[in-house]
Design a protein around this ligand. Structure first.
Ligand SMILES: C[S@@+](CC[C@H](N)C(=O)[O-])C[C@H]1O[C@@H](n2cnc3c(N)ncnc32)[C@H](O)[C@@H]1O
Length: 231
């Protein structure tokens, strides 16, 4: 698999790209206008989507381990992981499997309620390993320094205005414990937007970089921001 790591300070180069296809995030102002009850019901039935989300979440957790050796060796009785834009909860399935107690946050009440029909959500919620909260990733209803990991898979592209990305980064810095890791996979509009987001996160006290899987293939390209909070 082709991949490229870059530091967020690097200038855009000949590998720069810009998405040519119109994404739902470009068309709809609010995720609720795209994720209608019908679309959410179809998502629940789409086994391929579950596979993709599980695969991306597992990849994000693996690369955190590679980038920050020792992160998973910390002893914590009840490590809490945040899942931003948790949708139907596929990412949280993987967080729970990896030993975390997952706290999913989503801005759509329909998404959260439909997720409650999934067997894995029922099982994990039943043993208090998965909790769901209606909120925006830009205004988290949690106490500071709560989470040891913040993950987000295929959601942050809904936040593209600089002030939204700033609010997300400020909230990440507030909600994460010192030494916490952040793993965000998303579909930025362009390589410059990807780098800008990295710089904003870095200014909030995180160190890390951006990993791009399949950088030359727009259909398969996957962008991960991997960072660790100072402290
Ligand atoms: C493709 S789904 C993510 C799927 C999820 N990773 C999973 O494993 O099921 C994108 C989700 O991001 C959510 N979202 C978009 N903007 C958000 C925001 N500002 N705060 C929280 N969630 C948001 C949407 O409501 C939607 O449920």
């Amino acid at each position: 698999m082709g991949k490229r790591r870059r530091d967020v300070e690097e200038e855009p180069d000949e590998d720069a790209w810009e998405s040519k296809n119109e994404r739902p995030e470009d068309v709809y102002e609010h995720p609720g206008n795209y994720w209608t009850p019908e679309v959410i019901a179809n998502l629940l039935k789409a086994k391929g989507q579950a596979r993709i989300q599980h695969k991306l979440a597992a990849r994000a957790l693996n690369v955190i381990g590679e980038q920050f050796p020792g992160f998973y060796e910390q002893e914590d009785e009840c490590p809490l992981a945040l899942d931003l834009g948790c949708g139907l909860g596929f990412t949280s399935d993987i967080l729970v499997e990896a030993g975390f107690t997952a706290v999913g946050v989503d801005v759509l009440v329909d998404m959260l309620s439909v997720s409650g029909a999934r067997d894995q959500v029922i099982a994990n919620a039943g043993r208090a390993r998965y909790h769901r909260t209606l909120a925006s990733a830009t205004a988290l209803p949690f106490r500071g320094a709560t989470f040891v990991l913040a993950a987000s898979i295929s959601a942050v592209q809904w936040l593209s205005a600089p002030e939204e990305l700033q609010a997300l980064s400020t909230e990440l810095a507030r909600a994460c414990m010192p030494g916490a890791c952040v793993a965000i996979q998303q579909y930025p509009r362009s390589s410059s937007q990807m780098v800008e987001f990295g710089k904003i996160v870095q200014k909030e006290g995180f160190r890390g970089g951006i990993l791009v899987d399949n950088p030359k293939n727009p259909r398969k390209r996957k962008v991960f921001l991997l960072a660790r909070k100072d402290g």
